[in-house]
Design a protein around this ligand. Structure first.
Ligand SMILES: [Zn+2]
Length: 83
């Protein structure tokens, strides 16, 4: 699915980072710009909402990245020892 670019480059970087980890982006209605779901989206996979215009894009980007890193559902083969 084609994803629009986020207007904030910090947030855009976090979103593409998530995609590199196997997360997928979905458009949502309402205040959020979209949501990200981790590779395990059957039942209890992680869902993160991405805001379109947060007060501090940098903080929001950092927060997203931290939550992406915390996802317990990553495929084992993607866990490189030197990351
Ligand atoms: Zn997850």
């Amino acid at each position: 699915m084609a994803r629009p670019k986020h207007p904030s480059k910090e947030i855009e970087a976090s979103v593409s980072y998530a995609e590199d980890q196997g997360w997928s982006w979905t458009k949502v209605k309402g205040h959020a710009w979209g949501k990200l779901q981790c590779a395990y989206h059957d039942r209890e996979g992680c869902t993160l909402f991405v805001w379109s215009t947060p007060k501090s894009p940098e903080n929001h980007a950092k927060q997203l990245r931290r939550q992406i890193d915390r996802c317990p559902h990553q495929e084992e083969e993607k866990k490189d020892e030197d990351v």
